[in-house]
Design a protein around this ligand. Sequence first.
Ligand code: NDP
Ligand code: GDR
Length: 372
Amino acid sequence: MPTALITGITGQDGSYLAELLLEKGYEVHGIKRRASSFNTERVDHIYQSPHAENARFRLHYGDLTDTSNLTRIVNEVQPDEVYNLGAQSHVAVSFESPEYTADVDGLGTLRLLEAIRFLGMEKKTRFYQASTSELFGLVQEVPQRETTPFYPRSPYAAAKMYAYWITVNYRESYGLYACNGILFNHESPRRGETFVTRKITRGIANIAQGLEKCLYLGNMDALRDWGHAKDYVRMQWMMLQQETAEDYVIATGRQISVREFVRMSAIEAGIELEFSGKGVDEVATVSQVIDSEKSPQVSVGDVIVRVDPRYFRPAEVETLLGDPAKAKEKLGWQCEITVEEMCAEMVASDLENARKHALLKHHGHQVNVSVE
Ligand code: NDP
Ligand code: GDR
């Protein structure tokens, strides 16, 4: 039975990857952070009690800033595969906490690689690094592929650039099977609530059910190549099953704007929107309610989206579009879920949550819907 260790198992990708590896018969170990409240919601459905016979899922307390802790866990687990998904993964937050982001996202990767080397496991353990399209930042070529030069535009991207190169360096220096998946944005109903797609689907669902009045966003012109996390974790696993370790761009090859994603999400919630104004004055107004069962609390003329400059970033990545040709040719990977299908799944899930919250509110319970 192969054994995998996943950092960031409590995150979006970690939870989907853990499901996939369990399905494939792996013993799955994950690192979770100590928190004052439960933080395992995304993996609760696959949790197995350590007291259960033949349990194949186990969580270890740890942190990417803690060298001895990581070394001890790697030694204890003796993983065949390590997936380094743990990170302070929010680009805007990285401008607020640049040093912490560098420590976790940059040095955290080095600490894990060093643990493997220090324990003499270079020939046993394969290593996946969660690299990112943010490396391309101020894009030097369209579409972006494995050979496109990097130009990071945030503390997050700069930290991930160190992680990218140290992964390449350990492959070249010590013969470690180590690869970078340069993944473009990928989303799902499990996406963190402050990333733009989830903020939009959740915000619109809350407005539809009367829990909020207006959704405030930043740069509506930003263009992203959005895929589904389920498709992308499949590729993370595939990358570690090859004869030679290589780096791959994973993307859909199609981009849309934040504004278009708003429009698409509203349609899924039974609302048609009209956009007017420019820059900070842009608003989206309801022009038609197509499905009043989904959106009982919305009327024609309501302004439900506004721009708040608080969400602008000190330096922005305006456009990203990936070319997944290498992944398709060499590994036969292709994304199966379109952005429209993903958006529909996210809105349906958030509408269900919003309905439950509206019911609770109706019965006098306190409901917190805020997103910062
Ligand atoms: P999430 O933010 O959903 O998950 C991040 C995970 O990292 C969480 O489990 C989090 O724990 C954990 N983590 C945060 N800080 C630490 C730390 N100091 N020590 C240990 N673990 C920590 O991210 P995603 O699942 O979306 O992304 C997974 C990885 O892929 C990340 O590295 C991200 O940067 C990268 N990536 C993501 C893309 C995307 O579009 N989703 C695209 C390209 C790359 P907790 O739950 O306690 O917060
Ligand atoms: P990104 O994702 O920065 O691409 O990083 P995010 O969803 O945060 O932003 C995408 C684009 O939308 C614009 N935007 C807003 N973003 C947020 N979060 N909130 C808003 O209100 C808002 N309004 C407009 C942003 O300016 C940006 O242009 C994600 C993360 O998962 C990284 O970890 C990963 O490496 C990259 O994707 C690929």
